[in-house]
Design a protein around this ligand. Structure first.
Ligand code: DX5
Ligand code: ZN
Length: 215
């Protein structure tokens, strides 16, 4: 069984409240924050997270696809992020470590993500500060893309790294998750699956979340 984190990137923003209610059987709510610089798309930011925090009790799993995440970390924590994941490619190692330490110091879960072309080994220097490793199984920037099967070996490697820490660090996978890829990722060692388009396109979203969870 895995945890399912519906991504609101695929929600209808005209009805965001209802959309969130329709996926509240998920385990976390995933926010894909995009700045148009680190990734070629702009999504949403602090005002949306602030409203959503007041609206739902679901843990907020924030994914920063932005440059200079150190300058954003405290702002998202102040708005109620429960988990905050940045990209190892986004900043200098020293600033990346500071950002992770800052998240941990606030008692929240610190995560680091790798794009498809970035090896899992790039995360090793930061391993002592990680509660989450986010493996991108699509090129970050857009929902609705197809799962990249080469991510499976990275999930296995990330799981070995996470287990070696003995700290309860978990592997999360983001991109192209559906009924088939969910099981592949779970078998490879993923504990949390981000799912946007597959869940929001489903006729019965709660049932689809249950199926993805693998109960
Ligand atoms: C990519 C985004 C998406 C999103 C999930 O930058 O991070 O992966 O969360 O989208 P789907 O589930 O539609 O691939
Ligand atoms: Zn994401």
């Amino acid at each position: 069984m895995v945890k399912v984190a519906p991504s609101i990137l695929s929600a209808d923003f005209i009805r965001l409240g209802e959309e969130i209610r329709s996926v509240e059987s998920g385990d976390l709510l995933h926010f894909d924050v995009m700045d148009g610089v680190f990734v070629p798309n702009i999504s949403f930011g602090l005002p949306v997270i602030r409203s959503v925090r007041a609206f739902t009790a679901l843990p907020l799993d924030v994914h920063l696809m932005t440059v200079r995440p150190l300058e954003l970390v405290e702002k998202f924590l102040d708005q109620g992020a429960d988990a905050l994941t940045l990209h190892v490619e986004a900043d200098e190692p020293e600033r990346t470590e500071r950002a992770l330490r800052l998240i941990r110091a606030r008692g929240k879960k610190a995560g680091l993500s790798v794009k498809p072309a970035t090896p899992v080994s790039a995360l090793s220097p930061f391993a002592p500060f990680l509660d989450l490793i986010l493996i991108m199984s699509v090129e970050p920037g857009f929902g609705g893309q197809s799962f990249m099967p080469e991510a499976l070996e990275k999930i296995r490697e990330a799981r070995r790294l996470a287990d070696s820490l003995g700290t309860g660090c978990q592997v999360e996978v983001d991109g192209g998750i559906n009924r088939e890829t969910a099981r592949l990722c779970e078998s490879a060692g993923a504990a949390i699956l981000v799912a946007g388009s597959h869940v929001f396109r489903a006729a019965d979203r709660a049932e689809e979340i249950r199926i993805l969870r693998g109960v």
